[in-house]
Design a protein around this ligand. Structure first.
Ligand code: CO
Length: 164
């Protein structure tokens, strides 16, 4: 199995080829926010691992094995985004959170999360129930924060009154 970092590369290379038709070292470097020399090193490693074929001036293509894994990694990423969206995670957190967890879950967990996403998709009323529960919990959180803030103000007022 590829390491987390190899997975990031295979995932991005697969996406680039899918979207642009090719993946250049500079495109990969930009997508992953790393130095092109790191890309070259990793690309050579992936070449040795038979995930892709790299020819310096002709560019790079994924092998059958690389394509198969790339497709799975992209699907896994999309599934996790879908999952976080359904459970109500804020849009602005979703991409980074998925990037953070995707390499650290077993395929067993991924498959079960897949079931859950499917379950929610087939039962939209459950999604609505979940949203209602979230609203209640969020309201309680807000109330707690307000209470804490009031307590702090009261404490401060008391301290001011206490004789030194
Ligand atoms: Co990803």
């Amino acid at each position: 199995m590829p390491t987390p970092s190899m997975e990031d590369y295979i995932e991005q290379i697969f996406l680039l080829i899918e979207n642009k038709g090719y993946a250049r070292v500079s495109d990969i470097a930009e997508a992953l926010e790393v130095h092109p020399s790191s890309v070259t090193k990793m690309v050579q490693k992936l070449d040795r691992g038979d995930y892709l074929v790299y020819e310096k001036y002709r560019g790079l293509i994924l092998t059958t094995k690389g394509k198969k894994i790339g497709k799975r990694l992209v699907e896994r990423h999309d599934l996790l985004e879908e999952f976080l969206k359904i459970i109500g995670v804020k849009e602005e957190n979703i991409y980074q959170d998925v990037e953070g967890i995707e390499h650290h879950l077993s395929w067993n967990s991924i498959d079960r999360i897949g079931d859950l996403v499917q379950y929610f998709e087939e039962n939209p009323d459950r999604v609505e129930e979940l949203k209602m529960l979230q609203r209640t919990n969020e309201d309680e959180n807000e109330q707690e924060k307000e209470d804490n803030a009031e307590e702090i103000v009261e404490d401060n007022e008391q301290e001011e009154k206490e004789p030194i």
